[in-house]
Design a protein around this ligand. Structure first.
Ligand code: TRP
Length: 337
């Protein structure tokens, strides 16, 4: 069976862009693939090393969001607690030419997200090597990612080929990207939806917050009075309708092009659509929260939420690591009898 591995950095609340750009796809993959979904907290440390205090809290919140969206807890694990990730990354680093790292990944996106921080670090350069270790430890052959991650995946394949060539070993399959169509959703201000732009609708937003955010959205700028006919195809609110309420799209187009409803009403109506869409996720969120006896103690919460997934991942990672060590002539003699 194909094995899937993917990861997300726990850097803040998840929003609609995460749902459309990744989670929706992950949930579906669980039905046909063996899946591992990783909380990439070591990768988060790359940007948050000056202030790591929130990483654990964000990890728990992200896991709650994942489960609320339909990710099976036994498919979830936390990267930093399986030390094989760090160990394999170190070893792969030994055989990864510096040139591959310097030329390969397109960091622009991350650089934009991680403004105001010094990223001239070894960890930043080595970020894709750690990502390769994530994928290799599980011998994943399918990696669902967005387009921005394709360069990292290509580097993973190059590392695998080098490993195969150097050690005459076909331990690792070459992973294939399962490209998630770039989520077309824009933020409420029409820029890319992102936490750092403050234009995101979060999966955990309250009803009031959702209403306020939607009411602030700019509609068709050419439609000045409610009696003017509008142009839905240049309206961000209309594009939201088309993503979250297919059955209303026809009516909304009619309201707009025939000036039957003004933008304020149309947005009010969309707020209801959005609230309805998020209601089941939020209900599930509450249930999970209630089931965490002591939600403030994150480690306790984690054990309850994803203990089984963690163990499952750890077993696979340890198995692969011991194979790697054999290949590198570093097998653990101390435990042998
Ligand atoms: N780099 C990915 C991101 O920023 C997260 C990630 C870490 C990942 N390890 C991974 C994705 C392994 C896929 C496979 O989104």
């Amino acid at each position: 069976m194909d094995r899937v591995l993917s990861g997300m950095r726990p850097t803040g609340p998840l929003h609609l862009g995460h749902w459309l750009g990744a989670l929706e796809n992950w949930v579906r993959l669980q039905e046909t693939h063996e899946c591992f979904f990783m909380v990439a907290d070591l990768h988060a440390l790359m940007g948050e090393y000056e202030n790591p205090a929130d990483i654990r809290k964000n990890s728990v919140e992200m896991i709650v969001d994942w489960i609320a969206c339909g990710i099976n807890p036994s498919n979830i694990f936390i990267q930093s607690e399986i030390s094989e990730h760090a160990e394999l990354a170190l070893m792969l680093g030994m055989l990864t030419p510096l040139g591959w790292l310097e030329r390969n990944p397109t960091y622009k996106e991350q650089l934009r997200e991680i403004q105001g921080r010094d990223l001239t670090t070894y960890g930043f350069l080595g970020y894709p090597v750690l990502q390769a270790a994530d994928i290799l430890l599980y011998k994943a052959n399918k990696v669902p990612v967005g387009e921005d991650q394709l360069a990292h995946l290509e580097l993973t394949r190059e590392i695998i080929r080098r490993f195969r060539h150097l050690y005459k070993s076909s331990l690792f399959p070459e992973p294939e990207a399962l490209l998630t169509k770039a989520s077309k959703i824009l933020g409420t201000d029409r820029r890319k939806m992102s936490k750092s732009y403050g234009n995101a609708i979060n999966l955990s937003d309250s009803e009031q917050a959702i209403k306020k955010k939607i009411q602030s959205m700019i509609t068709d700028p050419a439609r000045i009075k409610a009696s003017d006919p509008g142009h839905p195809d240049s309206c961000n609110v209309f594009s939201y309708y088309s993503m979250f309420s297919r059955d209303l799209v026809h009516d909304v187009r009619d309201w707009c092009t025939n000036a039957k409803k003004g933008c304020t009403d149309c947005k009010k109506n969309f707020s209801d659509v959005m609230v309805d869409f998020l209601r089941p996720v939020q209900k599930k969120r509450e249930e999970i929260r209630d089931s965490m006896k002591d939600g403030t103690r994150y480690n306790v919460a984690l054990k309850m939420l994803v203990g089984a997934g963690q163990q499952r991942a750890e077993k696979v990672a340890k198995g692969t690591m011991s194979e790697v060590k054999k290949i590198l002539n570093m097998n653990q003699w101390i435990h042998e009898n």
